[in-house]
Design a protein around this ligand. Structure first.
Ligand code: SF4
Ligand SMILES: [Zn+2]
Length: 304
């Protein structure tokens, strides 16, 4: 039920191993974002079954950092009841865990729930996707506003915890150029409240509107060049991470096929080192990407 694997995280400026766990819960309550079908993995489990999964994680952990995700919201009572969240915080303190990373929609984040984690380094990821309310609403159908995000982020910061802001590169209905511009503008607008920005490159998930558009050739996942472009142009004082899920596949972010693996590795390496020089990449397809950006702008009527 619980999925567990090891990966690397950037922690206090260094690359550190991290245990990542995805607990099966009732899943996201919202379930309406146009690119997401994570909630398909959900199951209506009782509290005991959730606690069993938590115990498995703490039996396996041998890293300083734990990412504990739910394919929904960690702070939603319906997914993780309060007493299990408290239990997680206690066990984390017992074993001297140095950092715990969770995710939640903003409406579930409260000072009271956050206070269980006092004494630990907590990082809360929020899927803002775009700082532009119209893009978030029309293209993503996210169901919360930029000010909802800001007030949750401020609560997290006031408690001394870290905010991770997820931004979506290329939601449906945006051109590649608009998508690049939107992420760059969003980074600027969240820079005063986010400790780290995670750029999520849209991939085509089953049963979504994005999949329907993709099947009709009305949507192409972002070019990996676009992710590199965003990072190169983004302000230098913002920590940025990018792990291209399904990178190089038809349903994931991709370039020409020949250079995809190199680009995915470079983006992952950049995420743990923050060294922009690892993104000095080249391939013949750069020209194609540039033409794609240019021609798409000519051929379409801008929505925003
Ligand atoms: S992106 Fe997040 S909020 Fe939207 S449906 Fe998926 S899990 Fe829920
Ligand atoms: Zn290429």
């Amino acid at each position: 039920m619980v999925k567990i694997w090891r990966e690397f995280e950037r922690f206090r400026g260094k690359k550190e191993p991290c245990l990542t766990a995805i607990i099966t819960t009732k899943g996201c309550r919202w379930r309406k974002c146009r690119m997401c079908s994570y909630w398909l993995e959900s199951r209506n489990l009782g509290d005991e079954a959730i606690k069993e999964q938590v115990d498995i994680i703490f039996d396996r952990i041998d890293t300083k950092i734990l990412k504990i995700f739910t394919s929904g919201s960690f702070f939603d009572e319906d997914e993780i009841p309060g007493q299990i969240r408290k239990y997680i915080a206690e066990r984390a303190k017992e074993i001297g865990l140095e950092k715990i990373i969770v995710e939640s929609r903003p409406e579930f984040i409260s000072e009271e729930k956050l206070s269980d984690f006092e004494g630990l380094e907590l990082e809360v990821g929020i899927g803002l996707e775009s700082a532009n309310d119209r893009i978030r609403e029309i293209c993503v159908n996210k169901g919360f506003s930029f000010s909802d995000f800001l007030s949750a982020a401020e609560k997290i910061r006031r408690m001394g915890f870290r905010v991770k802001c997820y931004l979506l590169l290329k939601p449906p209905y945006l051109s590649e150029m608009e998508a690049i511009r939107d992420v760059l503008e969003s980074i600027e607008k969240v820079s005063h409240v986010a400790d780290v920005v995670s750029i999520n490159l849209t991939n085509v998930q089953k049963g979504t509107i994005v999949e329907k558009l993709w099947e009709r050739k009305l949507y192409r996942p972002p070019w990996l060049w676009s992710a590199v472009e965003v990072i190169r142009k983004a302000r230098g004082d913002m920590e940025i991470i990018c792990d291209p899920v399904a990178g190089g596949k038809a349903r994931g972010p991709h370039n020409c096929g020949r250079c995809d693996r190199e680009f995915v590795s470079a983006l992952k390496l950049f995420s743990v080192t923050q060294d922009r020089s690892v993104l000095n990449l080249d391939c013949e397809c750069r020209y194609l990407w540039e033409k794609y950006l240019e021609l798409e702008e000519i051929a379409r009527i801008p929505l925003f």
